[in-house]
Design a protein around this ligand. Structure first.
Ligand SMILES: NC(=O)c1ccc[n+]([C@@H]2O[C@H](COP(=O)([O-])OP(=O)(O)OC[C@H]3O[C@@H](n4cnc5c(N)ncnc54)[C@H](O)[C@@H]3O)[C@@H](O)[C@H]2O)c1
Length: 381
């Protein structure tokens, strides 16, 4: 505390966008970051309109991120950091421009549209003054952090199996043929990258599985499908995984992600099984974590409760029984990033360049592996 408030410029997040307003709320929740500028849209009028909605000085709503970075650099009260919340194809160009200007970068996922592009960014980030973080939102939930700590402490015994699913139904019809901007860019390879569903939500599931299990995926066998006629990118993914545990065969896992699971909303669920018990967490009921024991007993942990570990308690703002959710989880990433910026180093549990590289390797390897029907392949960054 006592640190100066960081000034944020947003790239994307124009009128009607989904995640821009979420970033704004999350960034400002703890009073350590304030949105002061933005290139909210590539259209100057729409950028100004968004700026007015966010209540920022109209002269600081720009028509491009390049214009924002240049103009803000000449102000004594110019931005310290950017949030990148555009469609995927602009993530790396905007990140590189911001890092080269000495700014810190909070970028939304997927980090890039290809692994090659991400490697280019990693090179720039390695020599940059600014830090780079990636909003894998679900790592910000208190009980996800508790689950990670429990697995690391051996609470479930030795790791035996990981099951992660991310099930949505909103792309069950050809929504991209309507005026849905969100569906439009997500199903367009030029703006989404090589992955559809796998890049949009599969990569969150992948990140969450590695984050909580503490084990890296070393091999996969993918079966991706396009189920809605005319669509150009995958909308359903079924992937077998093997996690590294030092043994010859590794630890088995399953990842299922779908955007054509009719009726499903935001069904992200993670189960991690060990030799003694299994833990179970669902994004739609994020304030509880279930531990099922081999002895037949079920234990339920609650967010905000005093019996949780330090990481989970630090990620909670309210007493137990007062629901916290998506915005607060997002805000935890921003709060951690603000602390990292003041400390000058990234903490181990905040996704950054390494998570971006692994996520892009996962997307690209799974897409190529499925297309070639190649069986098991190594996941190499
Ligand atoms: N972390 C999460 O949980 C999460 C959730 C949803 C979306 N996302 C990610 O956030 C990003 C945005 O997704 P969305 O659903 O908000 O999309 P969206 O279509 O709702 O919004 C994208 C915004 O970017 C703006 N934009 C486009 N080109 C621009 C440019 N050249 N300069 C400035 N602004 C530009 C658009 O005008 C629009 O306002 C995607 O990369 C998506 O994968 C992450």
């Amino acid at each position: 505390m006592g640190e100066p408030i960081l000034r944020l410029g947003m790239i994307g997040g124009g009128p009607g966008s989904f995640i821009g307003p979420v970033h704004r709320m999350a960034a400002e929740l703890d009073g350590r970051i304030r949105l002061v500028a933005g290139a909210f849209s590539s259209d100057a009028d729409r950028s100004r309109q968004a700026g007015a909605g966010y209540g920022i000085d109209p002269t600081r709503a720009y028509a491009s991120h390049q214009a924002m970075i240049a103009a803000e650099a000449s102000r004594a009260d110019g931005i310290d950091m950017v949030a990148i919340v555009t469609p995927n194809h602009l993530h790396v160009p905007a990140s590189i421009d911001a890092l080269k200007a000495g700014l810190h970068v909070m970028c939304d996922k997927p980090a890039a549209i290809s692994l090659t592009e991400m490697k280019g960014l990693a090179g720039v980030a390695a020599g940059a003054k600014g830090l780079y973080a990636l909003t894998h939102t679900y790592t910000g939930y208190p009980l996800v952090r508790e689950a990670r700590a429990l697995v690391a402490a051996g609470r479930i015994g030795k790791l035996r199996k990981v099951v992660v699913e991310y099930s949505q139904g909103w792309l069950s019809t050809a929504l991209e043929q309507t005026d849905s901007k969100q569906a439009g860019w997500r199903t367009d390879p030029a703006r989404s990258g090589v992955g559809g569903c796998i890049g949009d939500i599969g990569v969150h599931a992948f990140n969450l599985a590695e984050f909580v299990s503490g084990a890296a995926v070393r091999e996969l066998c993918a079966d991706l499908s396009i189920m809605v006629p005319g669509r150009r990118l995958d909308d359903d993914c079924n992937i077998l995984l093997r996690f590294e545990d030092g043994s010859e065969r590794g630890v088995p896992g399953v990842l299922h992600a779908s955007q054509i699971a009719a009726g499903d909303r935001n069904g992200l669920r993670l189960r991690v099984f060990g030799t003694e018990s299994g833990i179970d967490w669902s994004q739609e009921t994020p304030n509880t974590l279930t531990i099922n024991g081999l002895d037949g007993r079920t234990e339920m942990l609650h967010a905000g409760a005093g019996n949780l570990g330090a990481a989970a308690r630090a990620a909670t703002r309210l007493p137990t029984g007062h629901p916290e959710g998506y915005i607060e989880a997002f805000a935890n990433l921003y709060r951690d990033f603000a602390a990292a910026i003041h400390a000058g180093a990234m903490p181990a549990d905040l996704p950054g360049v390494e998570a971006g590289l692994r996520g892009m390797a996962f997307i690209e390897t799974a897409v190529a592996n499925s297309a070639a029907r190649a069986g098991w392949v190594r996941l190499d960054v």
